[in-house]
Design a binder for this molecule. Sequence first.
Ligand code: NAD
Length: 496
Amino acid sequence: MSVSTSYPISAATARHLNRPVFGHVIDGEVVASLDGETMPVIDPATGDEVGVAALGSAADVDRAVRSARAAFDDGRWRYLAPLEKERRLRRLAALVEESRTLFGESDTIDSGLLRWYTDAMVDFAVGSTEYFAGWPSKIEGTIPPVPSDMVAYQLREPHGVLGLIVPWNGPSAVLAFVAAAISAGNCVVLKPAEQTPMTAVLMAELAAEAGIPNGVLNVVQGAREAGAALVEHPGVDAISFTGSLGAGSAIQAAAAKRAKPVSLELGGKSPFIVFPDADLEAATAAAMMGVWMASGQVCTAGTRVLIHADIHDELVERIVERSRDMRIGSGFDPESQLGPLVSADQLARVQSYVGIGQEEGAELVLGGARHGDVGYFHEPTIFTGVRNDMRIAREEIFGPVMSILRFADEAEAYAIANDSEYGLGAGVWTNDLSLAHRAARALRTGQVWINTYQAGYPSVAYGGVKLSGHGRLQGGPGIDELTHVKSVWIKVGAPL
Ligand code: NAD
């Protein structure tokens, strides 16, 4: 099997790449699909096939759900003492940390994301696992006041078997979702994205090594069919989905047939608003990072850059000049500032939106073309003169395309920002304290970042409103999402 990169990789990653197949993990065993079907694993920097993964069917999903169901129903995990769960989750975090190069390199081969970014995703995964390792002994119930001949208490209980369906733009970061779900006592069937099957197998293997019982984390590789089978399976109690709006709404509709709770983390078209008093140097760097990071394949990408008329031309010039010389290349090249898109489909999608932007009358001031003819690279692309009714201002492109809009005053900034079907993130750049707080209230999004962008921490809730989804990951609200409340009543008789 060819190794995907001319850059050196660790011996552990080379061994991982040499697996005959990136299989499912069911009941602690790495297995092939029952029907033997596979799918290719493609390195987006070269377009080369670097391996094969199992392509799961409904029959494989059924095996995984039975395993998770048994693990939940016999209580091998949920009835384990809270501190013991915590010890094992901490061990899992430590094992992933020890294998950080393997995870980071595998993610770069699989997704094309730059090495610093895949390292940051591993840090996020480890940090989140450490954070959620602290929860099992702290998921408390409450005792509400009731008439004095009764006692009632409310328990927070895990949903049971959780189907976790995820996208490709942070394959190792998915460990954060897994750690949250199992810290709350759930058993999980994870369906990684078909583009990035490599690291989920490692997660499940290290979970077993950390003492997390078989069946608590199962992995079914595959595409939409496997995801759909997971959603529909009667043995699955709840669904947590991160991905596109189209898939998310199909999943919610399918889950409704069995009244399953669903949390949806979907896309965005996040406004990044710069007021005239802002620190323009910091705003320039953040605007660039907000769209070029991961080549724009980030749900919170700040792809609608709203600039006050007084500083519009100056800020545009700064962003364009600094973006012009960005180095495009393999995620393994430490000099690269922009890596490839994940797939040929994603490249074609970005190219089609460049055409749409031009047809709509926006001015293409930078980029606009595919870069090279190997792999799936695209130039950083900037449109100015964008109106908020253009498709490049309304639709999520998920690529390195920045749409710049001009506003005249605060009210117009909020009106443009909120005139979107999405509501994931928003950035505000100002040194006016009152304006900053007004903006935080006015913007209809799940996150507002002021003088920073895309900050996050495992203790802080994350999620969207409107078509960006519902439900929260991370923090206490993330635990609430993964549990339900059971009320217990006891008749004790009238007080003596
Ligand atoms: P996608 O929706 O096509 O796929 C995501 C996952 O869902 C994959 O595992 C896929 O196999 C599965 N899937 C697809 N259709 C399904 C169906 N009908 N039933 C069950 N499973 C199905 O998304 P993508 O193209 O892989 O990822 C890009 C999208 O994800 C973007 O819209 C992006 O904004 C979003 N995203 C959101 C967040 C967030 O936290 N809000 C984070 C990352 C990505």
